[in-house]
Design a protein around this ligand. Structure first.
Ligand SMILES: Cc1ncc(C[n+]2csc(CCOP(=O)(O)OP(=O)(O)O)c2C)c(N)n1
Length: 550
């Protein structure tokens, strides 16, 4: 029996287990909205900006491991959503973005809001497909779900000409296609790795985002403990391993102190697992050193195209990261007598820098909030960080316990903080969701606070108000001392701003306020914005403004 194409599309989403889509409506996909009207298995979350909708879909995917779904209108809607396509690619997150399009007989005429999406997204998306024939919806959607998830997850854009959605399709939804996954490596390869590890005096286990789920985390811990391996985490993956575990050796974020990188450089073997070894993690391709690392590099990843690209790899292994670590953990292990001292040498400075101490000048920084959260946040809280220096205090001083989740943009996009919190709160009701945002990022997508209020998502939003695009000011002070330009901002009253949305608004003006206001925010059962009046002098957890550029 023929069915309207839009209904077949929604049937396909249902067949793929989709239970939530994020959208800003548009006249170019009215039929799809109509098809969603009566589906009580799919919730439609109405957002305030397509960047917000896209970020929410990305965050939903980060939490569930399944493709996030967003619907946006043509032209302006699609270009607004492009930041999420970029982040999905940078962060290796499966995303399917449905974009409306002009009717088929207008394509190519530069019609109202017409964009050639294949050209626009060609450098960001894994695939861009226009569905011209309604009968091909099931096939194209099934393929989109596979491509978005494997080998390295990323964005797929599906373009929906508005008249096509009204066609009658003679086909129905098909079962999801199996998603090819990396395999368990052979016993010979595991034996080879175990043999090399047993001879290494100073190995490092560098663990990345492919392990971002309960089984991956468990496998990481088991392998580290079985083979006495210090664990270094990749950029924004600090939640994968307990930060108070004696094997925790830190994370490769932005501008980590040089002595730390120097200590890593003493390693005599690097085992990199489940990571693409991207620019930030590798400190600009210096650790491991590209193109020929100082230490032998064993690189285990399930995407063959990401191994051996920037690095001469001693032992390339195309395999599923968690299965590799599980198999490694199950093997007998020996290690040289000096190994515990090596592990301690890496862990000790990290442990020493974890406590936050109030700055001598008494000025407020985000450390006061982190110190309070260390005591008061729930043991399975979800943390989100927007991009900017304010997040550095969380990375440096919070102890992620292995059950906490951290969602940040590996791609460093500002604007993720508010929408990601909304999406995480929708996905995990009952779980604390705490987001850190700067006064720059919060006015990029902060209007999604309205979405939090509309759906009653009790996000806890901490806004660092230092009156500056501080990260850029920091770079400016270093590169062009005394020539500050384009980085100062004048902010609204964030407490009143929050209240105008119907959220609770609180403020922290001094170090002494922090503990009680954090407690009040966490205890409130609705959305809360806490304005933290941070001193620009404390421009990062590692530097004061007055010391820069000297
Ligand atoms: C969408 C986007 N635009 C611009 C940038 C460049 N950028 C990186 S950090 C930053 C400043 C962040 O300022 P703020 O949110 O106030 O935090 P702060 O650095 O002051 O802690 C900017 C503009 C970016 N990463 N993403």
């Amino acid at each position: 029996m023929a069915r309207r194409a839009a209904d077949v599309l929604v049937d396909c989403l249902t067949a793929h287990g989709v239970d939530r889509v994020f959208c800003v409506p548009g006249e170019s996909y009215l039929a799809a909205l109509d098809a969603l009207h009566d589906r009580n298995t799919i919730e439609t979350i109405i957002c305030r900006h397509e960047g917000g909708a896209g970020f929410m879909a990305v965050a939903d995917a980060k939490v569930t491991g399944r493709p996030g779904i967003a619907f946006v209108s043509r032209g302006p809607g699609a270009t607004n959503a492009s930041i999420a396509v970029h982040v999905s690619e940078q962060d290796a997150v499966p995303l399917i973005l449905f974009v409306g399009q002009v009717p088929r007989n207008e394509i190519g005429r530069r019609s109202f809001q017409e964009v050639d999406y294949a050209k626009t997204f060609s450098d960001m998306a894994k695939a861009v497909w226009t569905i011209e024939d309604a009968n091909r919806i099931p096939e194209i959607l099934a393929r989109a779900f596979v491509v978005a998830q494997t080998p390295t997850p990323g964005p797929v854009v599906i373009v929906l000409p508005e008249d096509m959605l009204e066609d009658q399709a003679a086909t129905g939804a098909i079962e999801p296609l199996p998603v090819p996954r990396g395999a368990r490596p052979s016993d010979d390869l595991i034996a080879e790795v175990a043999g090399r590890l047993s001879k290494a005096e100073r190995p490092l286990l560098l663990a990345g985002g492919s392990l971002n789920h309960a089984r991956g985390r468990a496998a990481l811990r088991a392998a580290s403990e079985a083979h006495a391996l210090p664990v270094v985490l990749t950029f924004k993956r600090q939640d994968l391993f307990p930060n108070d575990h004696p094997h925790y050796a830190g994370h490769l974020g932005f501008k980590i102190p040089k002595p730390m990188v120097d200590r890593y450089a003493d390693a005599d073997l690097i085992l990199a697992v489940g990571t693409r070894l991207g620019e930030t993690t590798t400190q600009g391709y210096t650790f491991p050193r590209s193109p020929v690392p100082v230490q032998p590099l064993i690189h285990v990843h399930d995407d063959a195209s990401r191994i051996g690209r920037e690095y001469a790899t001693a032992l390339p292994i195309v395999a599923d990261a968690e299965q590799f670590l599980e198999a490694l953990a199950a093997r007998d292990s020996k290690h040289p007598a000096g190994r515990p001292a090596w592990i301690e040498k890496l862990h000790k400075p990290i442990a020493a820098s974890q406590p936050w101490t109030p700055p001598k000048d008494g000025l407020l920084d985000m450390g006061a909030v982190v110190a309070a959260l260390k005591v008061k946040a729930s043991p399975d809280a979800i943390f989100i960080t927007d991009a900017g220096n304010f997040s550095g205090w969380l990375h440096r001083h919070f102890i992620f316990n292995g059950n906490h989740v951290m969602l940040g943009s590996v791609g460093g996009a500002m604007g993720l903080g508010m929408p990601a919190a909304v999406a995480a709160g929708l996905r995990c009701p009952g779980r604390q969701v705490i987001t850190f945002i700067g006064d720059g990022g919060v006015l990029m997508t902060g209007s999604e606070l309205a979405t939090a209020v509309q759906y009653n998502v009790p996000v806890k939003v901490f806004v660092s108000n230092n009156g500056s695009y501080g990260t850029i000011r920091m770079h400016q002070e270093k590169a062009y001392k005394g020539r500050v330009h384009g980085t100062a901002i004048k902010n609204p009253d964030f407490v009143g701003w929050a209240q105008s949305f119907g959220a609770k608004g609180l403020a922290i003006a001094s170090i002494e306020d922090a503990s009680s206001v954090v407690a009040e925010a966490l205890a409130h059962d609705g959305p809360v914005v806490v304005e933290v009046k941070t001193a620009l002098e404390h421009i990062s957890p590692f530097a004061n403004l007055s010391d820069l550029g000297r």
